[in-house]
Design a binder for this molecule. Structure first.
Ligand code: NAD
Length: 359
């Protein structure tokens, strides 16, 4: 039986994951596929219960599962802990343990939400981008790191950016393979005009394309230019490939094209498992109010069915149920426009579950 570890996490992570679990129960019933579903504490909730963001028990359960469905972690309560005890540090450890090296973040502008974007309709209409972000290397993991005292009573903060050619090649291969099934265009993002690690990035991506993917078009952009072009001509992008930090920033910018972080799912796939989670965080500003948008979590579940369990039909049905619900005018506060029906997290969740049942 396929195994799923569900980790709701903190803040709105708990609220949006509850909706996805309701939907998963319906999917099990409709498809006849049974999942072994376990739950685990992670992030702030694990710190409160066990003093650390990720216990060995939960880590082992994650390694033993076929897929992990995560909500979000973090919040002001745990913000001032030392780095290794912060909820976000548990998230980085989990990704590293699962060797989930490629983070896939689709940014799609739904026709019903085209006016929710802060950009003009004619710029964002039809945007459909997949950001592929390297997730287990780069400056978020590089050693040495830390803050140390130096002469004169000053302090020095240090982080290190390094990539090996094999780390670059494996994530670039994922980007090219995804582009093969889409519009056959990859934009690789770097800062090779300033950073040696990024010269290697550009050379490695170029070589891989020449060796294995000469049928895919490859464009290179410096990250500062990419940030500008993404709001100037978003429709021209298909797959955007970037390292860990640049990908983190570019994928949030792509998120804004769609109008709300609450609409964006992600998949982190690798050698020992896969994590599916919304792009957004725990949103402490709206947590506990039943106003969060659960669609990013629901679409993360849809990606899980597609990429981990080959359930393309059910994955497509989830997307259709979301579209139908939006077309009927249901909106959470973050995507609300005049003339539509503003509802809470649970209510839009029930509407999506109802649409799914009726497909
Ligand atoms: P955030 O994504 O939590 O929130 C940013 C803004 O978007 C907030 O105004 C929030 O209300 C809104 N928002 C986010 N998701 C929403 C949703 N589903 N529906 C409606 N509105 C939504 O980012 P932040 O405020 O920078 O971070 C809050 C906490 O989350 C921090 O502790 C941060 O470290 C953590 N975080 C965790 C993850 C993760 O678990 N993967 C990712 C990002 C941030």
């Amino acid at each position: 039986m396929p195994k799923i570890l569900v980790i709701p996490g903190d803040g709105i992570g708990v609220e949006v994951t509850a909706v996805s679990i309701d939907l998963l129960n319906i999917i099990e019933r409709k498809s006849g596929t049974k999942f072994e579903i376990e739950e685990g504490l992670f992030g702030g909730s694990s710190i409160d219960a066990h003093g650390i963001p990720l216990t060995d028990e939960v880590k082992d359960k994650a390694l033993d599962s076929d897929a992990v469905l995560l909500g979000a972690v973090g919040g002001p309560k745990w913000e001032n802990l030392e780095h290794s005890l912060k909820p976000e540090s548990g998230l980085l450890t989990l990704r590293k343990e699962l060797d989930a090296f490629a983070n896939l973040r689709p940014a799609i502008v739904y026709p019903a939400l085209v006016d929710a974007s802060t950009l003009k309709k004619e710029i964002v209409e039809g945007v459909d981008i997949m950001v592929v972000r390297e997730l287990t290397g780069g400056i978020y993991f590089g050693q040495p790191r830390g803050i140390e005292p130096i002469a004169g009573g000053e302090q020095k903060g240090v982080n290190t950016l390094h990539y090996t050619s094999s780390e670059i090649e494996r994530v670039a291969r994922v980007a090219f393979q995804i582009a093969e099934k889409r519009n056959k265009h990859v934009t690789s993002i770097d800062k090779s005009n300033v950073l040696e690690s990024m010269v290697l990035w550009r050379d490695t991506v170029t070589e891989l394309r020449e060796k294995e993917f000469s049928h895919i078009e490859l464009e290179h952009l410096y990250v500062d230019n990419a940030a500008m072009q993404l709001i100037r001509r978003p429709k021209t992008f298909d797959v955007m490939l970037a390292g860990n930090m640049f990908g983190d920033i570019i994928s949030d910018e792509a998120a804004q094209l769609t109008g709300s972080l609450g609409m964006l799912p992600s998949a982190s796939v690798g050698n020992k498992g896969a994590i599916y989670e919304p792009v957004h965080g725990s949103a402490p500003d709206i947590a506990g109010q039943d106003i969060a948008n659960p669609i990013a979590s629901i679409l993360s579940l849809s990606m899980m069915l597609k990429y981990s369990f080959n359930m393309d039909k059910e994955s497509g049905m989830i997307e259709q149920a979301v579209k139908n619900t939006l077309d009927k005018g249901f909106r959470t506060a973050d995507i609300y426009q005049e003339g539509t029906n503003k509802v809470g997290c649970r209510e839009i969740g029930s509407a999506i579950c109802g649409e799914f049942e009726n497909l």
